[in-house]
Design a protein around this ligand. Structure first.
Ligand SMILES: NC(=O)c1ccc[n+]([C@@H]2O[C@H](COP(=O)([O-])OP(=O)(O)OC[C@H]3O[C@@H](n4cnc5c(N)ncnc54)[C@H](OP(=O)(O)O)[C@@H]3O)[C@@H](O)[C@H]2O)c1
Length: 328
């Protein structure tokens, strides 16, 4: 592929939002040791893609400008670099490319063999692309809260906030798979959808009952997977069982400080700052669940690469129901 070019979408400075994206023709990259070159079939957006564009991790991310964003992709291996021995050209895969290098919003992307898993024919490119960050986060956050997905967990009462989002829709399904009782929050328009994913009780976050987080059946929570922001500890605390964990997916520096303070005042109830990470075994587990029909990727909308800025604007809007997918 060396010498050939591909269509890609990139930005060349911090900020800029959807209008900062530019459609370009750039060289197809070549895989190095331990890497594969993928022909991308679908990519999925995540809030972190916007945060990186906004400079949340400057000066480390992006590693350089111009930058082709997006980490979560599904596609086909077309070339393998030296030392790759689990993938061959022609393999259909799901992959999480690195935050550092990005590259998902393009016809071809470089991915590490270590964060690429094969995708059976039952898992469509869109279903696969939705998985890496969002479903890994759902799985690992549940595990952090003490829920096991191997059938050995005893039933726990879980609260999932923003259950209609990319992470929330996977978290509800996985929590039910683990045998938990799920209370979820979302907007009124998504209540029936979230129930259809398995939630036992659903609160409209815009009502006083929803804002209080009180379970309609009076249950206290053993854990909370907190997929949104702006809810204080004083709202969570009265709703928690003695040893409950609130796993915060959007930790700020204040979360880290308050998590430490909570250990002093509420030694058993914990606020846990959380960051997900790519683990091949977890990705394989999730792909298998989709293959078996036990986990669904809820697709908010699909956009062609030529309209990537529409997808980006939708993500910025913050009201996606499930995953925003770009088809390439
Ligand atoms: N720590 C990590 O490793 C990690 C990984 C992935 C994501 N995250 C973070 O987790 C959060 C969720 O990610 P995501 O991909 O699920 O986002 P998302 O798909 O953009 O979430 C959008 C959904 O959230 C709902 N929502 C917004 N505010 C809400 C509230 N106060 N109560 C209930 N629902 C609310 C919206 O419903 P309406 O349209 O009805 O408002 C919408 O359906 C983001 O902050 C993201 O940065 C962290």
């Amino acid at each position: 592929m060396a010498g050939n070019t591909m269509r890609a979408v990139q930005y060349d400075s911090y900020g800029g939002g959807a209008t900062g994206l530019k459609h370009v023709e750039i060289p197809i990259p070549s895989p190095k040791k331990g890497q594969v070159l993928l022909k991308v079939e679908a990519a999925a957006l995540n809030p972190v893609d916007l945060k990186i564009q906004n400079g949340v991790a400057r000066p480390f991310l992006p590693s350089k400008f111009p930058f082709v964003p997006v980490t979560d992709v599904a596609g086909e291996v077309v070339e393998v670099g030296p030392g790759v021995n689990t993938l061959i050209p022609g393999d259909k895969v799901v992959s999480m490319v690195t935050y550092m290098k990005g590259g998902g919003l393009a016809e071809y992307a470089i991915a590490a063999e270590a964060s690429t898993v094969t995708r059976p024919p039952e898992v469509s490119p869109a279903e696969g692309a939705g998985l890496p960050i969002a479903a890994l986060t759902a799985l690992q956050a549940l595990r952090t809260s003490g829920i096991k997905l191997d059938g050995t967990s005893k039933s726990a009462n879980i609260l999932i906030t923003a259950a209609s989002g990319g992470v929330g829709t996977y978290t509800v399904q996985l929590a039910k798979f683990a045998g938990s009782h799920v209370t979820a929050t979302c907007g009124a328009r998504n209540i029936e959808l979230v129930k259809s994913l398995g939630a036992d009780e659903v609160l409209d976050y815009k009502t006083p009952e929803g804002a209080s987080l009180n379970s309609p059946s009076g249950k206290k929570y053993d854990s909370v997977i907190h997929c949104t922001t702006g809810i204080s500890w004083s709202i969570f605390e009265p709703n928690l069982n003695a040893n409950a964990k609130v796993v915060d997916l959007s930790p700020s520096p204040w979360t880290i400080i308050s998590s430490t303070l909570k250990k002093l005042f509420f030694p058993k109830k914990q606020l846990v700052p959380f960051l997900s990470y790519a683990i091949k075994e977890d990705m394989e587990f999730l792909v298998e669940l989709v293959k078996e029909g036990k986990l669904k990727t809820l697709v908010d909308s699909k956009h062609p690469l030529s309209k990537a800025e529409d997808a980006w604007a939708k993500m910025m809007d913050g009201h996606a129901t499930g995953k925003i997918i770009i088809e390439i």
